[in-house]
Design a protein around this ligand. Structure first.
Ligand code: NDP
Ligand code: 2IT
Length: 447
């Protein structure tokens, strides 16, 4: 149960947003964390900050018609939730996946507010996407879809207004089609209006790697705080997309042995450690399925259709696929197998019950809004480079990313300690992320 004021506000959120369970879940977790500061900060209540934060500043829903390769007209639904601009222009990714609906986009936009605040960089929170399913679509189909999507979205964007990027189903190819369309429609080469761009046309080195690298760095920081490290540890990663691939790379660089990867069909275990080049070839170049990894890798690897990747014994878990992919049963299995740290590469991959299992077992648990903030942080670095018409080296950009992740880790720990919940990264991330946004909203008055 929440305390009575928070419960009233939460009930109000439930009533006003029916049928959006992921949004409710994300809001509830933040409200639970804020109980520890309720009494110390009557001003937040006086200014109805939580009520205001529960309502996006703007929600855009639009039709996306396009013509497939057979000449048939298809219609998808497009979304952009411009959630909160207290700290900067709306910033957050676009997701193309059949499961996308308004509630999913609101949950992701809500998380993004606090994540972006934690980076310490001047970015507000937003998210968008479509129920378009890129799987099995040709390049031409993806291009025509992106062109139609941007034909509507462009009027809501701008480098000082709203700056989208990638997420599930949206990578460099899609950002290219989207940026090309934006440029044509506006007649402006406004590089800072989208991030995750190609390196030849305004993109930043390290952006592609940043989310996965950051999630592994966050895990390393949590381990170090407990006098442990990646060295010689088995690392389990779920997913095999952008975040998973670079979480695997960084885990290996840090001395760990990444042994798993997955997609929605199943998972692979590779006792010799995941072969990064082979994984990149299959997923990034060929856009294939993870089952092919086991077929091509030889004896050390096997594919398990269906099933849970979390059944594989591991010391460090980096869930990097999608929301609610790791439930309480999986969490109990991980704990039984001796997991030391869980760092969320994906957004909200662990269910609330799974988080409770980790908390009660004393496992170091890094919530997504802290652990996967490296992606959006590097997007903000891309915006900095675009604004100054500059391009930084890989080493310099990676150094900035590493420092940002270390700062986020330290902020979470210090804040958790300050509010009487030492070691609780969930409370630390939510309170620290929230305070900056709330204070800015108070400074701006009721707008
Ligand atoms: P990609 O599209 O590159 O990869 C997604 C991976 O997750 C694929 O392996 C996919 O398998 C799997 N997956 C997606 N949806 C499901 C599902 N419903 N059930 C099972 N598996 C699924 O996306 P990203 O790597 O970019 O994103 C992964 C997660 O990280 C998401 O939660 C995203 O919000 C989060 N994130 C991404 C950031 C970024 O910079 N890209 C930044 C911060 C967070 P399949 O191909 O079978 O669908
Ligand atoms: O969830 C996320 O933080 C992202 N998909 C990245 C957002 C961004 O603007 O880089």
């Amino acid at each position: 149960m929440l305390d009575s004021t928070l419960q009233d506000t939460y009930d109000h959120v439930l009533r006003r947003n029916p049928g959006e369970p992921e949004f409710h879940q994300a809001v509830r977790e933040v409200f639970e964390s804020l109980e520890v500061i309720q009494n110390r900060h009557p001003e937040y209540q006086d200014h109805s900050i939580l009520m205001r934060l529960s309502e996006p500043e703007r929600q855009i829903i639009f039709r996306v018609p396009w013509v497939d390769d057979k000449g048939v007209v298809q219609v998808n639904r497009g979304f952009r939730v411009e959630y909160n601009s207290a700290l900067g222009p709306y910033k957050g990714g676009l997701r193309f996946h059949p499961s996308v609906n308004l509630g999913i986009v609101k949950f992701l936009g809500f998380e993004q507010i606090f994540k972006n605040s934690l980076t310490g960089l001047p970015i507000g929170g937003g998210k968008g996407g479509s129920d378009f399913d890129p799987r099995g679509r040709s390049d031409g189909e993806v291009m025509r879809f992106c062109q139609s999507f941007m034909t509507e979205l462009h009027r809501h964007m701008g480098e000082y207004t709203d700056v989208p990027a990638g997420d599930i189903g949206v990578g460099a190819r899609e950002i290219g089609y989207l940026f090309g369309t934006y440029k044509r429609l506006t007649n402006r080469y406004e590089a800072g209006v989208l991030t995750g761009k190609g390196l030849d046309w305004g993109g930043s080195l390290v952006r592609k790697e940043a989310t996965g690298y950051g999630a592994a760095i966050f895990a390393a920081e949590m381990l170090e705080a407990r006098d442990a490290s990646f060295e010689g540890r088995r690392v389990g990663v779920s997913g095999s997309g952008n975040v998973a691939i670079y979480a695997i790379e960084k885990a290996r660089q840090l001395g760990g042995l990444p042994v798993t990867a997955s997609d929605s069909s199943g998972y692979v275990v590779d006792e010799k450690g995941i072969d990064l080049e082979l994984l990149q070839q299959i997923k990034e170049v060929e856009r294939g399925r993870i089952a092919e990894y086991a077929e091509r890798r030889g004896d050390s690897a096997r594919f398990v259709a269906g099933g849970s990747v979390w059944d594989v014994p591991m010391d460090i878990a980096l869930p990097s696929a999608t929301q609610n992919e790791l439930d309480a049963d999986s969490a109990r299995t991980l704990v039984k197998n001796g997991v030391l740290a869980v760092s969320e590469g994906a957004n909200m991959p662990c269910t609330p019950d799974a988080v409770t299992v980790f908390r009660e077992a004393g496992i170091a648990f890094g919530p997504g809004k802290a652990a996967n903030a490296g992606g959006v942080a590097t997007s903000a670095l891309e915006m900095q480079q675009n604004a100054s018409r500059d391009a930084w080296s890989f080493a310099h950009t990676e150094e900035r990313l590493t420092q940002i992740m270390k700062n986020i880790h330290a902020t979470c720990l210090e804040t958790a300690e300050e509010v009487g919940r030492p070691g609780d990264y969930v409370v630390g991330a939510n309170v620290a992320g929230f305070r900056k946004v709330a204070d800015a909203m108070i400074a701006f008055g009721v707008i």
